[in-house]
Design a protein around this ligand. Structure first.
Ligand code: FAD
Length: 642
């Protein structure tokens, strides 16, 4: 891009981004301290005045400085360059590795079973919560919250008694909060937009469709939508057939037999070879599954796409539920009312659950007393790792080893960005609630079969980019609330869903600031799901913030300029939450046909090893909050019952 184009996009404009606390530099210098104090301070940056990671912008999620030592460990370089092993002399009942919802829940369950237990949680990011990350923007005196990762309490499974019970103990009654707080029409009756980009479709064009026509397709509405789209007539006919057709493509087969066929082929194969759509429809449909699966429809079964409500199945007469859904212990019962809710969400997503857990574990670290006031409460990070706490949370440190020995476990950790120093603590028990695929590097003594199973639990990379805008008048003028952009850098753009809770108020009028969310899955079509994930992770870690920013500005300009949007004027801040290790793996019938609920690799992977137990949503093979909680409960149970 030229300098002129960069200037037009506002690349030179000072906005709140990389490593700035909304204008205040985050960097802390320790040069003026005595060496031993400097070392302690350096190790515990979280104690520095003004330390407040939710307000950091720029590259978030797996932010720079959080994983460098992990990659040295993976590459076999870490221990060669380790300079010193410092025994802290600290001993705990339990050390938890990973401060995501699973790790925090493990601490909660352990304390519930053993009141007064001393627990240390070690987390390699600068904030707790893991994927349940809070992004906090301050624009014109208003606090705008949004999730950097985990968003909904809803889950396709009924919440277990354990997971639902934990939410209840934290004061979260999702069904009640849903009634109290939700106001889905607050932005007005906005439509869905599809942005056709010129590189993929030959022309930049935004075409809209009412949500009801999207969800319950009507032929007339689709005809007028397609008439405006920059597509040729054969492609339009194919799309109309997919969206509104009622043909039975498998005559003579009953519902189960049809599902069995759909379970074995990708949705892409189904559209091209069963529906016999024009191959030129693919650029429109390929990314439909990005948001939920982190990869395109070439790597997701047609049956799962039917289950998610994607089009092309209306004439098949399929009965609800299906073999794929049952395979890994899924139930076809749909969303549960016992704990989860697909309707209610906190303004910062499930970061509020993480914050409620932290408040329960370290009461004076976050003021307030219920699930409403936690939303606007400011956490005091200097209270998380005080020596007199029963529960301590140590941020910015990466566990590099967990070793059974004597009557417990020795846990070694280093600063996440590297630096060579290693610290050591001891504990009676240890829960590894971190990404399971990395566990063999921490516990090389594990049996080979278990290590292989752990390595196979490849997570799916994805990005939630949050962009603060000074107002949303362009969306309002265009009459859109969300955009599917199948050929663009981010394939989804939407206004942050509104919610009022406690003293928090979402934007109401289009003149008010708002945060929008953009979604990108760096998948590589044509490979198996897990190879797409591996390739996407490399891609993600190599992409600079500058590249992200330029693409964000360019995409928003091209989509919203007809509504008066000016990227140089209207963008106030950007947080790119990149998750190279995102969703936990889930059963995919195209690649995982050999195992089922009793033989999944997660079952081999999560076996207790001495006094080390394994949690995280990976160990339940499902990328959901209830799963992260259930797995924590199981892991703690394994330690306390032996
Ligand atoms: C973008 C995104 C959106 C999502 N949306 C939803 C949603 O709407 N609803 C839902 O239910 N689920 C959602 N999920 C799934 C989410 O993964 C789970 O719900 C849940 O938050 C996972 O919690 P966890 O504790 O198992 O894992 P994580 O949140 O990943 O926590 C693991 C923690 O371990 C830390 N760690 C890793 N290695 C080490 C080490 N060696 N030393 C110390 N710490 C380490 C990591 O940094 C991380 O903080 C989403 C996930 C992503 C990525």
């Amino acid at each position: 891009m030229s300098k002129e184009s960069d200037r037009r996009l506002g690349m030179n404009r000072a906005i709140a981004r990389r490593d700035f606390l909304q204008g205040v530099a985050v960097g802390v210098t320790f040069g003026s301290l005595a060496p031993e104090l400097a070392e302690a301070a350096e190790q515990e940056a979280q104690n520095a005045a003004g330390y407040y990671p939710p307000a950091r912008l720029g590259m978030r999620g797996s932010h720079p400085g959080s994983f460098e030592a992990a990659h040295e460990l993976r590459d076999g370089d870490f221990w060669n360059s380790a300079t010193s092993l410092i025994d802290t002399g600290e001993t705990y009942d339990l050390v938890v590795v990973g401060g995501g919802i699973s790790g925090l829940s493990a601490a909660w369950f352990y304390r519930a079973a053993k009141p007064g237990a001393k627990i240390l949680i070690i987390e390699n990011h600068d904030d707790f919560g893991g994927h349940a990350k809070r992004n906090e923007f301050h624009i014109n005196g208003r606090m705008e919250l949004i999730n950097g990762g985990t968003y909904e309490i809803g889950s396709p499974y009924p919440y277990s008694k354990v997971a639902g019970g934990l939410l209840k103990s934290l004061g979260i009654d999702a069904a009640r909060l849903s009634k109290e707080c939700d106001d889905p029409l607050v932005y007005g009756d906005l439509k869905y937009g599809v942005f056709f980009d010129r590189e993929t479709f030959g022309a930049d064009r935004l075409v809209t469709l009412a949500p009801s026509d999207w969800e319950k397709p009507k032929r007339a509405a689709w005809k007028s939508f397609l008439a405006e789209a920059p597509l040729g007539d054969p492609v339009r006919r194919s799309i109309l057939k997919i969206e509104t057709g009622t043909e039975n493509y498998y005559p003579g087969l009953d519902s189960d037999q049809k599902k069995d066929r759909l379970w074995r082929i990708s949705y892409k194969d189904y559209l091209l070879n069963v529906v016999k759509a024009d191959p030129a429809v693919m650029p429109l449909y390929l990314h439909l599954t990005d948001e939920l699966w982190g990869c395109g429809i070439d790597a997701v079964s047609a049956l799962d796409c039917w289950g998610m409500g994607h089009p092309g199945f209306a004439g098949l007469g399929l009965t609800p539920g299906g073999p794929s859904l049952k395979r890994m212990g899924y139930t076809p019962a749909g969303y549960s009312t016992a704990g989860g809710s697909e309707n209610f969400h906190f303004p910062d997503g499930n970061a509020s659950i993480a914050r409620l857990l932290v408040r329960a574990l370290i009461p004076d670290s976050i003021p307030g007393h219920d699930a409403r006031d936690v939303v606007t409460a400011r956490a005091d990070y200097s209270k998380l790792d005080r020596p007199d706490n029963d529960v301590r949370i140590r941020l910015n440190n990466l566990v590099v080893r967990a070793r059974n020995g004597g009557k417990g476990v020795e846990v070694a950790y280093t600063q996440s960005h590297g630096g060579g120093k290693v610290w050591r603590v001891r504990a009676h028990d240890c829960v590894l609630a971190n990404w399971n695929t990395t566990i063999p590097y921490l516990v090389p003594e594990l049996p080979a079969a278990q290590k292989a199973a752990l390595h196979s639990l490849v997570k799916c990379p994805l990005v939630y980019t949050n962009v603060a805008l000074r107002n949303w008048t362009s969306f309002h003028r265009l009459g859109i609330g969300r955009v599917y952009a199948p050929g663009s850098w981010h394939t989804g753009v939407n206004l942050s869903p509104a919610v009022n809770i406690g003293s928090y108020r979402s934007a109401r009028s289009p003149e008010e600031p708002i945060v929008i969310r953009m979604m990108r899955a760096p998948a590589k079509p044509g490979l198996s799901e897990y190879d797409q994930n591996r390739a996407g992770r490399v891609d993600l870690l190599q992409t600079t913030f500058e590249t992200f920013e330029r693409n964000i500005r360019d995409q928003l300009a091209r989509t919203l300029e007809p509504g008066g949007f000016d990227p140089a004027r209207d963008i106030e801040g950007i947080a790119v939450n990149r998750w190279p290790h995102g969703y936990a793996p889930e059963y995919n019938s195209l690649w995982d046909r050999d195992f089922d609920a009793d033989h999944g690799p997660n079952l081999i992977a999560r076996k207790r090893f001495g006094r080390i137990a394994i949690a995280n949503s990976d160990s339940g093979y499902a990328a959901y909050t209830d799963c992260a909680i259930d797995q924590a409960h199981r892991a703690v149970g394994e330690l306390l019952n032996v």
